[in-house]
Design a protein. Structure first.
Lengths: 305, 341
């Protein structure tokens, strides 16, 4: 167990945590507004596909990430028509969005791919701070989508707690009839919450691509990150700051898949076990958060009657 | 009659037109001719006895995963883990079949089918028990269990019973596989299992005390509890049944269709089963025509690659778009729940 091994482990931890954090923050916003987005996984996958496709056609990482966000916005728009305006069941709708995303991205990547070589987003290294032992490289030598994810957690916290939009968002989720009495359209607030959420899920997919080794797309590359996010949201009790800490723990669990062999006693555990650990921990976490409940209005389409 | 026509028939026609338009647009995006694609899809289903047999076989698997979604749905519980339960069943039955090896074929077959049902049920019990005992969201837990089943299947394929390719397990000896009923279409005994399960579940939900408890829990959990129906045991039982039925689907796939477990051997059958159950209006009797329809769609889309150069993954896109459109125009309705998860 060396300093170098720990440093690499922490770098990967933060890299693994960032996409999960984006999609978790998106899910928090959406659930706070009263919409349960089971389709976060599929949205993330579509965002990743759009980003990788854009990169393959020679787009810069920034433009590619914007493509991921854009696809997230389109998915959010479609979902809001279904869930909020057509009152379609959100769990069934979400399952179908995920099924669509899995088939669509795999098929599209097979037929439409540019020739540009996959590139990673450039790593931005902060001078001096990145020289701090252990955490220096992990925290101060990452790409922009990772830094932004860490900054986004307190930003989303402030947005929900301190702004008028945030107040309306929470009202739409917890007491929609009060919001309606105040003359604010519950449906519009929920639409804005859901679309913001899916944009962040799309960005999570983009983040996954630009932090990956190849900068390309792999079928089903999100591998349940969006579902783990559903669990993290419950564990973090819809609090973005707690979500930041929780996703770092999951990032560490995922990083062990790549780095466990560098740590003496851990190297005896077969890799298949490390692959399973994040899902097991997510299941245990959902079960252990026993007193945590969705607000009764979350997932139920609003109507005045 | 005209009123009934306007309210019941027009939305269905409208939905189908809308679905066809959306799907045609999507196929055009992929650079294929929608008409040629539709013809290829049709030929892919009825083109030969083999494709007809395939449709029947896949429909029987989809009917089972649909039942797996349907039973908990009736009690307003969300089992979106049929995919994982199917894999668990496949693991259980292939493991027993390969371990018993060259023993008497019929005994091996019976044991491995039962092992498939049992392992699926165990997989289904996890979300069921976590839900009833700790109040965990059965929806999220069952979703996450899918990934664990996939990893477990991968472990069995690569470590426990690998064949030379590394992509699948060894093949079960032919005399321990499900007997073939119709050779030209290679339809096996699994079809009979499916029909029996659908009838049994239909009778159980429709006319037994337990079925009444399940339906009562779905309509009004509080009233059901006050009326003396064990809320917890009912919930747990629905998940055990759901898992067992999906596990049977996995057993049918490994013991009949392929004879082995391979990576990605379920083409999202667990999730398409949810669509089958919804289109069937959550009524067991309608599961069979609904499963035949989606089975045809799945089998037909396999031929698209050769016929019009479309990737076969488009099959799940067709299913998803169709169901989303049907949901959007309220042809498929689901009772609103009081609270999420």
């Amino acid at each position: 167990m060396t300093i170098a091994a720990i440093t690499v482990l922490l770098v990967i931890t933060v890299q693994m945590a960032a996409p999960l954090l984006w999609v978790t923050l998106g899910e928090i916003i959406s659930e706070r507004s009263g919409v349960l987005n089971i389709g976060a996984e599929g949205t993330m996958l579509l965002g990743a596909w759009a980003t990788a496709t854009a990169i393959s056609f020679g787009a810069s990482p920034l433009v590619a990430c914007l493509a991921g966000i854009g696809v997230g916005a389109i998915v959010g728009l479609v979902m809001s028509v279904l869930y909020i305006w057509r009152r379609v069941d959100q769990i069934v709708g979400g399952i179908m969005v995920n099924l669509f995303a899995l088939g669509f991205t795999t098929a599209m990547w097979a037929v439409l791919q540019g020739t540009a070589v996959g590139v990673n987003a450039p790593t931005l290294t902060v001078p001096l701070l990145s020289d701090i032992p252990f955490i220096g490289t992990a925290l101060f030598s990452q790409n922009a989508t990772v830094y932004l994810a860490i900054l986004a957690a307190p930003a989303v916290f402030a947005l929900i707690r301190r702004t008028r939009w945030g107040l309306r968002l929470r009202a739409a989720g917890e007491q929609p009839s009060a919001l309606d009495s105040a003359g604010v359209s519950v449906r519009r607030v929920r639409t804005s919450g859901l679309i913001t959420g899916t944009c962040l899920a799309g960005l999570g997919g983009a983040c996954l691509v630009v932090t990956s080794a190849s900068g390309g797309f792999v079928a089903n590359m999100t591998a349940g990150t969006g579902f783990i996010a559903l669990g993290v949201v419950i564990l973090a009790r819809w609090n973005p700051l707690v979500a930041l800490l929780t996703t770092v723990v999951f990032g560490l669990l995922k990083a062990l898949q790549f780095q466990a062999q560098s740590f003496g006693p851990l190297s005896d555990v077969p890799n298949d076990v490390w692959l399973a650990v994040p899902y097991i921990v997510a299941i245990v976490a959902v079960a252990a958060a026993r007193s945590t409940r969705f607000a009764p209005t979350v997932g139920v389409p609003w109507s005045r009657h | 009659m005209t009123d009934r026509l306007r309210r019941r028939v027009l939305p269905v026609v409208g939905a189908l037109v809308l679905a066809v338009v959306v799907l045609a647009g999507l196929i055009a995006v992929f650079g294929a001719n929608p008409t040629a694609t539709a013809i290829a899809l049709w030929n892919g289903v009825v083109g030969s006895p083999f494709t007809i047999g395939q449709t029947i076989t896949i429909a029987s698997v989809l009917a089972l995963t649909a039942i797996s979604a349907l039973v908990p749905f009736t009690a307003q519980l969300w089992n979106v883990g049929a995919e994982g339960q199917l894999y668990a069943g496949a693991i259980g039955s292939v493991s027993v079949a390969l371990t018993m090896g060259s023993g008497p074929g019929t005994l091996t077959l019976i044991c491995s089918v039962l092992a498939g049902i049992a392992s699926g049920a165990v997989w289904g019990l996890v979300p069921g028990i976590l839900r009833t005992v700790w109040g965990a969201s059965e929806m999220i837990v069952s979703l996450l269990m899918n990934f664990l089943a996939l990893l477990a299947a991968n472990y069995v394929i690569t470590r426990i019973f690998p064949d030379s390719s590394g992509q699948s397990t060894r093949t079960v000896t032919p005399n321990a596989q499900l007997p073939v009923l119709w050779t030209a279409g290679s339809v096996n005994l699994g079809v009979i299992f499916t029909i029996l399960v659908v009838i049994a579940i239909g009778v159980m939900l429709g006319s037994t005390r337990f079925g009444f408890a399940v339906r009562a829990a779905g309509l009004n959990a509080r009233a059901a509890r006050l009326a003396g129906f064990g809320d917890r045991s009912t919930s747990i039982a629905t998940f055990a049944i759901a898992g067992g039925v999906a596990g049977l689907a996995g057993a049918v796939l490994v013991l009949g269709t392929s004879g082995h477990l391979s990576t990605g051997f379920s083409a999202n059958y667990g999730f398409i089963g949810v669509a089958v159950a919804l289109v069937a209006g959550l009524r067991p009797i309608f599961v069979i025509p609904s499963a035949l329809f989606f089975g045809a769609l799945s089998v037909g889309s396999n031929s698209l690659q050769v016929a019009v150069g479309l990737p076969k993954d488009l099959g799940s896109v067709l299913v998803a778009v169709l169901v989303i459109v049907l949901l959007a125009v309220h042809v498929i309705r689901i009772r609103q729940r009081g609270a999420a998860a």
